[in-house]
Each structure stands twice: as structure tokens, then as C-alpha cells.
Design a protein around this ligand. Structure first.
Ligand code: ATP
Ligand code: SF4
Ligand code: MG
Length: 445
């Protein structure tokens, strides 16, 4: 006969049926939300701080699996200031990738869904007319006025005369990428509430992503040129094939590929790992994004190429005047690149601050453990420090501090509810009961 203890290790048929029923109900609800027709006002938001380009607030992204609900991202709150590099660190499975995929609305559906919270983004969106169509900016006929100056020609009703091409079609002005110019508007949107359709105008154009493994992200049966051009043709409306090829080659040159024309014609397997990663960066840069998400961009590369790619990312951030969200479990990479660091553990942010805050004054016992487990060149160590224990099961998270079962500093209060943030300095926040007395202003999340 099964004891109560045994029962914890398996799910009975009736429990499994109940989970499946709950899952399909939840999935149906979220999928309907994503497919709904919504006006921009329905997902317009307000930035808490105007200097930020992204603000995550209490984001929850779950996977509705057969074994139960995996709370992969369980209340994540942090911001990316415009023009900065924010490093997101934490051990494998802590929710770094799922946080970034939520930002791109690329969480593996239907089981993966953004359940609640906000992802506010300062976007430049196409203005739409009453029928929902983009509003083109046309080229106008000009004429010389009585003072000899060039002025827009007006018709008998006083309206500007639009230039026509040989076929009698109105000529649309070109933007800096060679595509059609449309009227744009700056609008803060909440990506967590945006329908899938609307997200298409942001993904790839305003926010681009560089994935960990370029070999699996590039399609092996198409040339590099095909794959670059495809992105350009998809996102830059009105661009000609000749212009898109020129832009693709320009981007390959920008990422430091000397023989750009040659590489344009090659297949991914003909390139080295470092070159493939450069191609991935070129694809990400094609539409001048404001934010680049780099998910472990150097994990598959050797140290020298890793240094080159990091240098390239830094260089490009200045060139495009954008921001980078750099996801890694390599503290060395973060120390070299990031202005701000966000430390995640079991689907939550447990500490955040400037790179100096986190590296010179780590406060959360987990961050302290991470720093201790880092190998150093000068220090003589017999054995590297290892944080004892395991991350809690994401299906069955405890209601107390998620790090408590591994924490060597825990106190009585830690058995109570999950700790809120303690603002230990204007730039440094930590979710831990040890620092309650140093509290400046906690927001209780
Ligand atoms: N498609 C999926 N279905 C079910 N669970 C998933 C899926 N993708 C991720 N998860 C779960 O979500 C949690 C967070 O995963 P995530 O990929 O974000 O981790 P990570 O921090 O990026 O780790 P790594 O450093 O290994 O890339 C993990 O517990 C993982 O098992
Ligand atoms: S709240 Fe308590 S258990 Fe959690 S990390 Fe801080 S000291 Fe450790
Ligand atoms: Mg990951």
C-alpha cells in the first residue's frame, strides 16, 4: 500500500486529469487574450521613470505542464535605463531566458504564457488612420516662388501636390534604411498586454535578440545573405531587393567581417563559430533596434573570440545609441560589460544594483555565494566554493524565501513570508531579511 510519503513522487490519474483540465482552461484564456483585436489605447502604459527604456514590473510567466504549473518567472521587477547595458545573472534554470522571451513575446506557447505583470517599453509605433492603415509620408512637387526659393507646390484647394511616378502612383518618401517613410508616434506600450499582431511591429524592428547558439538559430539550408535579406524585407517595408542586399553587406562589414560579399553567399556550416555569432549580431542590427537582448552570446565561443564579440557588442551599443540586456551566467562577462546587474534566483530578482554595488558590495547570501564560487587567477584555492543544496522545484515553490534551504545566514524571520526589497542605497536593492535595519525604502515586492 502506498504511504503518504510515496504519494509525493507521482501524480494519480485523477490529479493528472484535473491538472489537464485546469491547464486547458488557463491556456484558452491567455491565447484568446493574445488573439483579441485591441486598439493601441488598450495596451498603452506610462513609464515610472522616463529615463528607462524597459520596465519589468511583477512579471509572472508560467508553463502549464502535465506535472503542474512551472512558475519560471515569478514576480520579476527591474528596469533597463536607456543607453545602458544591464547584465542578468543567475544559475541555470532561474528564468533569465524566459524573462527575455517574455519581452519578445516568444515564450513557447501554448504551454508557456505571460500570466500577469507588465513589461513597459518606450516604442516608436506607426501612426494609423481611422481604418487602421499606416499613414505614408509622400514626396511633394516643388516650384520656385517669386523670390526664387523652392517651395511645395499647392493645388487650387491650397493642398500640397503629391509627386507621382511613371505609373501614376503616389511616391512615398524613403526613411534612413531605404524603406517607405510612415508617420510615427512615440508611445509607451505594455508588451505583456499586447496582442500578438501588434507585437510584430516591435519584435525584430525595435527589440532584437541574439541567441546563445548561432548554429541552431541560423537555417542550415539558406545562405547568410538569404537570411539577412529576409529580415530586412520583412521589417523594412518598401525596400528594394538591391537596397536590402546593400544593407545586409553593410551590416556584415559593421560586425567586423572582412570579406562581407563572400560571406553573404556562404552557408552557415562554412563559417566558424565566431563568424556565425557575428552574423547573428548583423541580423539583430539590420533594423536599427533600440534594445538588443543578448542571451549568452559568448557561451559557445572560445575565450579570444568571446573577447572580440564582447568588444563588438560594446562598440555597436555606442554606434546605434541603444541599450543591451545581457544574459549570462558568466560573472566575468558581466563585470566587463554591464553598467547595472540584476541577480535572479528561482524566477525572482533577489538583488540589483550597479556593477560596483554587486561586485564590490554583494549583499544577498546567494550573490555572496556566487562571488565566492568564482575562480581567481591570483588567489590560491584548494577547492572552489560551491553553494550547498538545490534550487526548489519550480512547480512547488515554498512560500518563504526561496534561498532559505541553502542559506547559511538565515534567521528566525526567514521562515515567514517571502522577503520584500530593502533599498540599501539609492542604486542597490536586495530581497533579504538580513538588511531590514538598513532599509531606505522597500516596495514590498
Ligand atoms: N518550454 C518549456 N516548458 C516547460 N518549462 C520550461 C520551458 N522553458 C523553460 N522552462 C522552465 O523555466 C525555468 C526557467 O528556464 P530558463 O530557460 O529561463 O532558465 P535560464 O535561467 O535561462 O537557464 P540557463 O542559464 O540554463 O539558460 C526552468 O525551470 C525551465 O525548466
Ligand atoms: S531572507 Fe533569510 S533565508 Fe533568505 S537569503 Fe536572506 S538570510 Fe537567507
Ligand atoms: Mg537561458
Amino acid at each position: 500500500m502506498a504511504t503518504n510519503k510515496d504519494k509525493k513522487h507521482y501524480i494519480s490519474r485523477s490529479e493528472s486529469r484535473a491538472i489537464a483540465k485546469e491547464n486547458s482552461k488557463a491556456i484558452r484564456h491567455f491565447e484568446k487574450q493574445k488573439k483579441r483585436r485591441a486598439k493601441p489605447d488598450d495596451y498603452t502604459a506610462q513609464m515610472k521613470d522616463d529615463n528607462n527604456i524597459i520596465e519589468f514590473e511583477d512579471l509572472h510567466t508560467y508553463f502549464f505542464s502535465d506535472a503542474g504549473t512551472v512558475k519560471a518567472v515569478n514576480g520579476v521587477t527591474f528596469s533597463i535605463p536607456a543607453g545602458s547595458t544591464v547584465g542578468v545573472v543567475g544559475e541555470s534554470g532561474c528564468g533569465k531566458s524566459v524573462t527575455s522571451l517574455s519581452l519578445m513575446q516568444l515564450v513557447q506557447a501554448p504551454s508557456g504564457q505571460i500570466v500577469s505583470g507588465s513589461i513597459r517599453f518606450k516604442a516608436s509605433l506607426f501612426k494609423r488612420d481611422a481604418r487602421g492603415k499606416k499613414i505614408p509620408v509622400y514626396e511633394y512637387e516643388t516650384e520656385t516662388d517669386e523670390n526664387g526659393n523652392q517651395a511645395v507646390k499647392l493645388n487650387e484647394n491650397g493642398e500640397p501636390v503629391i509627386k507621382l511616378n511613371k505609373k501614376g502612383k503616389k511616391i512615398i518618401k524613403k526613411n534612413e534604411l531605404g524603406g517607405n517613410l510612415y508617420e510615427m508616434e512615440d508611445r509607451v506600450v505594455d508588451i505583456a498586454k499586447m496582442p500578438t499582431d501588434a507585437m510584430r511591429s516591435i519584435r525584430g524592428r525595435e527589440i532584437a535578440m541574439i541567441f546563445q547558439e548561432p548554429m541552431t538559430s541560423l537555417n542550415p539550408v539558406f545562405t547568410i545573405g538569404n537570411q539577412l535579406d529576409e529580415v530586412g524585407l520583412l521589417h523594412i517595408e518598401g525596400i528594394s531587393k538591391k537596397q536590402v542586399k546593400a544593407r545586409s553587406i553593410e551590416m556584415l562589414k559593421l560586425v567586423g567581417i572582412a570579406d562581407a560579399e563572400g560571406v553573404y553567399k556562404k552557408f552557415p556550416h562554412e563559417l566558424s563559430g565566431g563568424m556565425r555569432q557575428r552574423v547573428m549580431i548583423a541580423i539583430a542590427l539590420l533594423c536599427n533596434p533600440k534594445l538588443i537582448i543578448a542571451d549568452e552570446p559568448t557561451t559557445a565561443l572560445d575565450v579570444t573570440i568571446q573577447a572580440q564579440i564582447l568588444e563588438l557588442l560594446r562598440d555597436i551599443k555606442h554606434k546605434i545609441n541603444g541599450s543591451i540586456m545581457l544574459i549570462t551566467h558568466d560573472l566575468g562577462v558581466v563585470a566587463e560589460m554591464a553598467d547595472y546587474v540584476v541577480v535572479m534566483y528561482a524566477g525572482r530578482v533577489i538583488e540589483m544594483g550597479t556593477a560596483e554595488d554587486i561586485f564590490d558590495h554583494p549583499m544577498h547570501p546567494y550573490t555572496i555565494g556566487l562571488q565566492k564560487s568564482k575562480p581567481t587567477v591570483d588567489g590560491e584555492v584548494d577547492k572552489l566554493y560551491c553553494i550547498p543544496g538545490f534550487v526548489p522545484n519550480p512547480i512547488n515553490m515554498p512560500d518563504y524565501c526561496y534561498f532559505r534551504d541553502r542559506c547559511e545566514m538565515c534567521k528566525e524571520k526567514c521562515a515567514g513570508e517571502y522577503p520584500g526589497y530593502v533599498q540599501v542605497s539609492p542604486t542597490h536593492k536586495v530581497a533579504c531579511y538580513l538588511y531590514e535595519d538598513t532599509k531606505e525604502d522597500g516596495d514590498g515586492k
